[in-house]
Design a protein around this ligand. Sequence first.
Ligand SMILES: C[S@@+](CC[C@H](N)C(=O)[O-])C[C@H]1O[C@@H](n2cnc3c(N)ncnc32)[C@H](O)[C@@H]1O
Length: 240
Amino acid sequence: MTAADVAGPTGSDALIADQIAYYRARASEYDEGMRQLGRYASIGGSVAGRPSDEDFKEIATLLEALERIRPFDTVLELACGTGWWTQWLAQHARYVTAVDAAEEMLALNRERVNAANVRYVLADVFSWRPDRRYDLVFFAFWLSHVPHDRFAAFWRIVGDSLAANGRVFFIDELGTEETRRMEKRLEGEAVLRELEDGRRFRAIKVFYEPNELEAELRALRWNLEIRPAGRRFYWGQSTT
Ligand SMILES: C[S@@+](CC[C@H](N)C(=O)[O-])C[C@H]1O[C@@H](n2cnc3c(N)ncnc32)[C@H](O)[C@@H]1O
């Protein structure tokens, strides 16, 4: 399998469009894929790891960290997907805005979460602008999908979404040997993703080391601490 198999226009606009097409097509198999990966197990539809393994402990660690930044009244969740985290957020906040560029993801999220305090917004994060400010801006497994040349612009959107004293909390994968091996790298930040029916798409995957990410964010005047949750995931949060 080579880059030529999924060749398309280069540049981050094209990759962003391909990545949206990929997630739209993947929505119906996303949850099962996550279960197989062991990222989450569905326990009443809520966020949990696979019981009795290391990922379970990591997800528990992430949830404890998220618990510690409560209370928050209003939450913006970017790239909310099928709602693994939206459900938790909806239970702990008065009001959640959940943004995603794939309407298929939003439909599954709405079905799972089924909460009157969640407003769904269909939008490409990179061209979306907030219409209000939030106590918490949350995103899970999203930053690694942001092309590096959009990194600063993305963080400006996060900043424009935060209320005074608002906080950021985000979760992603560490760039370990295992997580890197799972990706079929094309050129640069592009990776090849394949659906069950064999359709292939390009997506973006940028791994960060916690220290390096902290420094990059500091250069943009963000004081965030980035902590590994274990061998697979990390979280970032505003320092108080
Ligand atoms: C790896 S999934 C993470 C979903 C969810 N946060 C979770 O942890 O399960 C990435 C999500 O980003 C969404 N997405 C991709 N490109 C996007 C864009 N440009 N703007 C908004 N959402 C986007 C996809 O539709 C997908 O739901």
